[in-house]
Design a protein around this ligand. Structure first.
Ligand SMILES: C[S@@+](CC[C@H](N)C(=O)[O-])C[C@H]1O[C@@H](n2cnc3c(N)ncnc32)[C@H](O)[C@@H]1O
Length: 243
């Protein structure tokens, strides 16, 4: 039988994919590593099928390795008898705890099959909520910006774990970026905020992302209007995008 890593999407229960919902409903036990993910899970399965896994609040690598070994030892026997789901917010392969479990299962319980059901990542929730268009040919980098960090370099970045927005903002603006923040996007637990003012989100909330774009970036995007003759000389004014 199988351990499924199921992406729950950003937090609204109806943004779980059809396949994700089916896997959650069919699983004999569903584990979820946090309070918010558990509240999405319990919209789809009864509490009696939600399993318990303890994760220590630590950055110590040895303690973490031990916690994942314990988690894998709890999950593996259940997966030998039936199907198990491990549900995480967003997508299970984007900055997610599922990677730790998958690697630990591969190393210590190689007989257990592991499959992933993709979910709507906060990256897509963010581009939608902000109306940011990542157009063809554009590069977009993912980075982490916890504890006030301000990673720089790429022209466009989505920054996860923005826990100190004012400090992150200062570093990014100094480096020549425009920045917009999104908090609790498509998440039924808590108010959604989209803002360019870090003061509005100065209070720490783990579910905060930022989008940073270089101020010097050319934003000349072709539009349907580009082939309209606005000069009256009968010639097209510009180019239309191929797709
Ligand atoms: C450990 S990462 C998990 C990412 C997740 N696997 C995904 O694909 O979206 C947690 C970070 O994702 C971001 N995040 C996740 N869901 C979010 C949401 N609904 N609104 C804003 N940020 C979110 C926050 O930056 C948070 O610190």
């Amino acid at each position: 039988m199988t351990v499924y890593g199921v992406g729950l999407g950003p937090g609204d229960a109806d943004l779980v994919t059809v396949r994700g919902k089916r896997v959650l409903e069919d699983a004999d036990v569903v584990y979820s590593p946090g309070r918010l993910s558990k509240s999405v899970v319990t919209d789809h399965v009864p509490e009696s099928r939600v399993g318990d896994l303890d994760f220590p609040m630590t950055r110590d690598p040895e303690e973490l390795r031990e916690a994942w070994r314990d988690a894998a030892s709890e999950v593996a026997p259940r997966a030998r008898d039936g199907d198990v789901a491990f549900a995480t917010l967003g997508d299970p392969n984007v900055y997610s705890t599922f990677g730790h479990l998958r690697r630990t299962l591969d190393a210590f319980h190689p007989d257990v099959d592991v499959e992933t059901v993709p979910g709507v990542s906060a990256v897509s929730a963010f581009t939608t909520a902000l109306g940011v268009e990542v157009d063809a040919g554009a590069g977009l980098a993912l980075r982490e910006a916890s504890q006030g960090a301000s990673p720089t370099g790429p022209d466009r970045m989505v920054l996860f774990k923005v826990t100190d927005a004012p400090a992150t903002h200062e570093g990014l603006v100094d480096a020549g970026y425009d920045v917009t923040y999104g908090r609790r996007l498509f998440m039924e637990q808590g108010d959604t905020t989209v803002t360019s003012d870090p003061g509005e989100i100065a209070e720490r909330d783990y579910y905060t992302l930022a989008y940073a774009e270089r101020q010097s970036l050319q934003k000349d995007r072709p539009t349907a209007f580009d082939d309209v003759d606005r000069s009256g000389d009968g010639a097209e004014d510009g180019v239309v995008s191929g797709d």
